[in-house]
Design a protein around this ligand. Structure first.
Ligand SMILES: [Zn+2]
Length: 274
C-alpha cells in the first residue's frame, strides 16, 4: 500500500520557516508534495498580509528568492516534490480559478513551464485550487497531460469530457458506492487511481481543523480493505499543534502495517508493482 502527503498553497507569500515548522520532522519519513502557485494573487488567509487580500496584485514565486533557493535544495534532497496548484489561485465572482478564469490552457502551460524553469524539476501533477475543477478546467489539465490530485472531484460523466475510459471509471465508482453502502450524496474517497486516456486522477483525504485521528484511521482502513492507496492533503498555514499531533499519530499508525510504503504523490499515479 502506498501512502503519500500533499500540502497546498506554497507561493510567493510562504516562508521556508513555516514549512520547516510543520514538516521538518516529517519529510524524512514521507516526502511532501508541495502544491505550489506560480503567480499568486493574495486572498484572505493566515500567512498572506491583509494589504494583499484584495489588491489583485500578482506575485511571481521567484520574487521570493529565499524561498526558491530553499525549495531547490529540498527538491535535491528528495524531501519534497512540486505540483502545479492553479496559476494565480484567484477567485472570480462566478467561481474558483479552474472553474471561472479565462484561458485555462495558457494558465496550465505557462504555470507549469515557469515552475519547471524556476525550480528545475519536472511537474507532472495538478492540484486544483479549492479542489474545484469545471468540465473546462479538467479538459485543460488533461490536454496538458498532467495528472490530477484532488479531493471530492465529480465523477459524473456529464461533468467531464468523454473519453473511452469514462464509462468504465464511472462504473467502478458505482460499484465502490454499493460495496460501501453509500448513496449518491455521501462523500467518499475512491482509493485507486482512475485512468483516463490522457491523465490519471487520485483523491485525497483532508487534514483540516475538524479532522481527528479516528477519521484518518477509518479512511485508511477502508482503503486497505479495498487494496487501495492513500493520500493525505493539508495546508501548512492551518496546521497547529493539534493538527500536527494528528498527522504524527497517523504516520505512526500507518507505519505499523508491514506492506505500507511512504511514497511521493507522483508515485501514486504509477502502475502498481512497477
Ligand atoms: Zn489552495
Amino acid at each position: 500500500m502506498k501512502i503519500a502527503l500533499r500540502d497546498d498553497d506554497t507561493c510567493y507569500f510562504t516562508s521556508p520557516s513555516e514549512l520547516e515548522r510543520v514538516y521538518g520532522d516529517v519529510w524524512q519519513r514521507v516526502p511532501v508534495c508541495l502544491a505550489t502557485v506560480p503567480f499568486a494573487v493574495g486572498y484572505p488567509r493566515a500567512g498572506i498580509p491583509e494589504s494583499e487580500w484584495h489588491s489583485g496584485r500578482r506575485f511571481p514565486l521567484d520574487a521570493n528568492s529565499e524561498l526558491v533557493a530553499w525549495l531547490r535544495q529540498r527538491i535535491a534532497e528528495r524531501r519534497i516534490t512540486v505540483a502545479l496548484h492553479g496559476y494565480s489561485h484567484e477567485d472570480y465572482p462566478d467561481g474558483f480559478e479552474f472553474q471561472a478564469a479565462p484561458d485555462l490552457d495558457r494558465r496550465v502551460a505557462e504555470g507549469r513551464a515557469y515552475l519547471e524553469r524556476v525550480l528545475a524539476t519536472p511537474i507532472r501533477v495538478f492540484v486544483p485550487p479549492h479542489n474545484a475543477l469545471s468540465k473546462r478546467g479538467l479538459a485543460a489539465v488533461s490536454r496538458a497531460g498532467l495528472n490530477v490530485l484532488g479531493s471530492f472531484l465529480s465523477f459524473r460523466p456529464s461533468n467531464r469530457e468523454w473519453d473511452r475510459r469514462t464509462l468504465a471509471n464511472w462504473w467502478r465508482i458505482q460499484q465502490f458506492r454499493r460495496a460501501t453502502a453509500r448513496d449518491r450524496s455521501d462523500r467518499f474517497v475512491y482509493p485507486h487511481p482512475l485512468r483516463y486516456t490522457r491523465h490519471v486522477e487520485f483523491g485525497c483525504h483532508g487534514l483540516i481543523p475538524a479532522t481527528t485521528f479516528e477519521d484518518l484511521a477509518s479512511g485508511l482502513e477502508e482503503a486497505r480493505r479495498f487494496g487501495g492507496d492513500f493520500c493525505l492533503a493539508t495546508h501548512h498555514w492551518e496546521v497547529d499543534d493539534r493538527l500536527k499531533r494528528v498527522l504524527m499519530q497517523f504516520l505512526d499508525h500507518a507505519a505499523q502495517f508491514p506492506d505500507v510504503r511512504f511514497v511521493t504523490a507522483e508515485d501514486l499515479f504509477e502502475p502498481a508493482h512497477s
